[in-house]
Design a protein around this ligand. Structure first.
Ligand code: COA
Length: 425
């Protein structure tokens, strides 16, 4: 049974030097516990913080810099990106579906889990709320579970329940869940949304991420019917389509009638939508992102983005050159799932340029140090604001031509020159 304490400072007292700590991530980041950890860790050393993307975790940067805490990141965020690139924090490239498995097998040991949950219900069950992801695996492995009980945390259905008796230390404080606002879709995102939407049809089962492009795609799907959702995460655009009756999950062949995801991030509307809603199942990401569960659905369409693509179709999505930007996430899990699903399609949608149009994201060869997240053999469609390149089954030269046709016009001549030099025949 949980020991109830009054403050976050008291709650983190069991943490000791040398421990591996899992931090509940995304919009469920327990920022009050992290604030308290910064103070508590000052006399400690060799404390590892295992994490996905953390929201509002900038308070940790001083502890990282001083070496009291070392971040072990499966996904880089604002607070860790520079630290990773300076060698002060670690990046672990790993498919999202693999992370819980590696914790459960002890390959990535976890001693303590820091979590943020809803208050216990009449059965003593708290909910991991807006973010289930890897955290059930961490809670199963940790000897100590420390919880911030937040009455504003939604109670989600699915795998995110944890019994009050399994929590070791808890403190309660009400605070809003961080809202993640979407940038308004600019013209480039709108055009990408239009081209991508043309590849999606009635009864498709979608995986999409967060940001201006996924939201622009969802806006263009209002004419469709019987769309299903089986995705790592979702945001506001999905709620719009549920309300319009476009998303109803009726024809899913796995979890029919239910939206399946691992976490949500967005406005309060999304958090209210999942609260006590049995139509939404937030499940363990080892299951959500497993090939076995993805391919039980027909017509799986995965939509992901990229930072750079070479003319053979290799997709770099976690780094800019050798500088780590984000993470592997579930991109390859869903690309492979879409490829294997009956009538499935995998789509990588990205703007053709970066840095105000000065840099082409479609390049002859990847920048030195760039990480390939999706190998060229698995790429199906690439979409930019200039159209769709179908790469599956194409030769190297056919791929290069298809990609040049959707590159920004200002950069096409340079790409053509490279192509002529490399494939003079
Ligand atoms: N060279 C230099 N800079 C580049 C660049 C390139 N080739 N490509 C992008 N950038 C810059 C952008 O200009 C932008 O800079 P800014 O913040 O100063 O404007 C920044 O890098 C981020 O680019 P952007 O396209 O805005 O990124 P995004 O937020 O749309 O995210 C990914 C795109 C690829 C990083 C993101 O989708 C990701 O992390 N994917 C991997 C994980 C995944 O796919 N998971 C499954 C979906 S949840």
């Amino acid at each position: 049974m949980a020991t109830i304490v009054n403050t976050a400072e008291e709650a983190v007292k069991p943490i000791q030097s040398g421990q591996q700590i899992w931090v509940h991530s995304m919009a469920a980041t327990p920022s009050l516990l992290l604030d308290a950890l910064v103070e508590h860790a000052a006399p400690l050393n060799n404390v590892s913080l295992l994490q996905l993307h953390l929201e509002n975790a900038e308070m940790l940067t001083a502890s990282y810099a001083k070496g009291h805490i070392r971040a072990r990141c499966f996904f880089a965020s604002h607070a860790t990106r520079d630290m990773i690139n300076q060698g002060v924090a670690d990046y672990v490239p790993m498919m999202l579906s693999d992370i819980p498995r590696s914790i459960r097998t002890g390959e990535q040991p976890v001693d303590v889990a820091l979590i943020q949950v809803s208050p216990p219900d009449q059965h003593g069950l708290c909910s991991l709320g807006v973010s289930v992801e890897v955290t059930p695996a961490a809670c199963e492995s940790a000897q100590t579970i420390i919880a911030h009980v937040n009455p504003q945390m939604p109670r989600s259905h699915g795998d995110g329940f944890i019994h009050w008796r399994d929590i070791d230390v808890a403190f309660e404080k009400s605070m809003p869940i961080p809202l993640v606002s979407q940038p308004p879709a600019n013209e480039v995102a709108q055009r990408i949304g239009q081209h991508t939407a043309e590849l999606i049809k009635d009864r498709d089962c979608l995986q999409l991420g967060i940001g201006a492009i996924p939201e622009a795609i969802l806006e263009k799907l209002s004419h469709l019917k019987d769309i299903g959702i089986h995705t790592e995460m979702f945001s506001d655009g999905v709620v719009d389509l549920v309300e319009k009756g476009v998303i109803n999950n009726h024809f899913k062949t796995n979890h029919a009638g239910r939206l399946v995801a691992g976490f949500v991030m967005g406005s309060q509307r999304v958090y209210d939508f999942i609260d006590d809603n049995p139509e939404v199942a937030l499940l363990d990401i080892e299951y959500v992102n497993s090939l076995q569960s993805i391919i039980r659905n027909r017509q799986v369409v995965s939509v992901n983005s990229a930072l750079q693509i070479d003319l053979t179709g290799q997709v770099c999505a976690d780094s800019i050159g050798s500088d780590i930007y984000s993470g592997v996430g579930g991109q390859l899990d869903f690309v492979l799932g879409a490829n294997l699903s009956d009538d499935g399609r995998s789509i990588i949608a990205l703007p053709s340029t970066a840095a105000g149009g000065t840099i082409s994201r479609i390049v002859p060869v990847l920048t030195s140090g760039a990480g390939v997240v999706t190998p060229r053999a698995n790429v199906h469609y690439i979409v930019t604001e200039y159209g769709v390149a179908t790469l599956r089954g194409k030769s190297l030269i056919e791929r290069a031509r298809a990609l040049i046709a959707i590159a920004h016009p200002d950069h096409r001549d340079g790409l053509e020159r490279w192509l002529k030099k490399s494939f003079p025949g």
